[in-house]
Design a protein around this ligand. Structure first.
Ligand code: GRF
Length: 203
């Protein structure tokens, strides 16, 4: 049996990026990683249903109910007890503290729905990113997968993919195109690169 890195995927919503990772593991594209846990910040996230259907253990912890410290302690405890060494933020809508990030150096990656350094940083998440891109009138946008450090969207970039902004685009139509033509493609590819780097450093 080929050795694989355990992966914990952190989610908050529909989970289409999680689905892209699940499909990539099934197809063999994600060769050096195995998804061992899905952790949601919302109890009613459809991403948890995707995990259940795929037979992956799912967990939900709500920051408002637990408080920031306990919220992060439970996530860390679940990551560690599930044997995960790589954490993927896939549409995870909660900012992780410096303490949490420092506990997993070069072991957390995030998908951001814009071409960093454009439309990123504190407050830039979900539809807001696409609203700002349309307001600014950019002709090209896209997505970025990067390592997570203590600066929001500030870590080393792993992969990016550009997507055209079309006349008549709304934040919703642009979000959908960025997910289909960029996010669902580069997140599995970046997950494979990061997993392989942990398993076989420098190869
Ligand atoms: C995606 O655009 C993601 O980049 C953003 O939230 C959207 C929903 O993602 N953070 P998902 O369907 O929950 O993966």
């Amino acid at each position: 049996m080929k050795e694989k890195i355990g992966i914990a995927v952190l989610v908050s919503g529909g989970g289409t990026n999680l689905q892209a990772l699940i499909d990539a593991e099934r197809s063999g594209l994600l060769e050096h990683g195995h998804i061992v846990a899905v952790i949601s910040s919302q109890r009613d996230a459809y991403a948890l249903e995707r995990a259940r259907i795929a037979g992956i253990p799912g967990y939900a912890f709500v920051r408002k109910e637990l408080g920031a410290d306990e919220f992060e302690r439970r996530i860390a405890e679940t990551v560690d007890s599930s044997g995960a060494s790589l954490i993927i933020l896939a549409g995870f809508m909660s900012i992780l503290s410096e303490n949490f990030v420092k506990k997993y150096p070069d072991r957390i990656i995030n998908i951001h729905p814009a071409l960093i350094p454009s439309f990123c940083g504190k407050g830039y998440y979900g539809l807001r990113v696409h609203e700002e891109a349309l307001k600014r009138g950019v002709k090209i946008t896209g997505a970025t997968v990067h390592y997570v450090n203590e600066i929001a969207d500030g870590g080393e970039i792993i992969l990016q993919k550009a997507v055209d902004v079309l006349p008549g685009d709304t934040p919703e139509t642009l979000q959908r195109r960025v997910m289909e033509q960029a996010e669902w493609i580069i997140l599995p590819q970046a997950a494979e690169l990061a997993a392989k780097e942990l398993l076989l450093p420098g190869t």
